[in-house]
Design a protein around this ligand. Structure first.
Ligand code: CUA
Length: 166
């Protein structure tokens, strides 16, 4: 079979790109340990309160060390539960100083939700039965909207919150 010269060039280019992409994926997955966040730890979605991170008193923002914070969240249709403040009002804004390291830990009680802090690297799929975690350094000052980016039902657009970096 005769192959035109340019055809050979493109075939070689195509196959080489495929090999390069597979090598990059293999390197990231098996050498660097990059995996979807949600498959590291499982949880009973009908009893998330039994897990230490999702006990009502442990929800929301906690300072764990100087400049290090954790935020525990329970997602459900159609709300993010960040716990309550001292007046028993539902917390909707997470406030952290600029440059702090924040570990977000989140699970879902019902269906698949998303958890994206727009304008940062925080972007997770939140699956029932799994715990998703992501640690991020809040480099920039400002207000960042938390949105659900997985369509989860009629109130999907009502799932939001805010991260304020001061
Ligand atoms: Cu939760 Cu969309």
């Amino acid at each position: 079979m005769h192959l035109h010269k340019y055809e050979k060039v493109w075939l070689t280019f195509g196959m080489a790109s495929l090999v390069i992409f597979l090598l990059i994926i293999g390197f990231a997955a098996f050498w660097k340990g990059t995996h979807p966040q949600s498959h590291l730890e499982t949880i009973d979605q009908n009893n998330v309160e039994a897990h230490d991170s999702f006990k009502p008193e442990n929800l929301g923002l906690t300072e764990v060390a100087d400049g290090k914070y954790k935020v525990n969240i329970v997602a459900s249709a159609f709300n993010y539960d960040f716990g309550v403040d001292k007046d028993e009002k539902a917390v909707k804004t997470i406030r952290v100083p600029q440059g702090s390291t924040v570990l977000f830990t989140i699970t879902s009680k019902d269906v698949v939700h998303g958890f994206q802090v727009a304008g940062t690297n925080v972007n997770m799929m939140v699956e029932p039965g799994h715990i998703s975690r992501y640690e991020a350094v809040m480099k920039n000052k400002g207000e960042f909207t938390i949105v659900c980016n997985e369509y989860c039902g009629i109130g999907h657009h009502q799932m939001f919150g805010k991260v304020e970096v001061y």
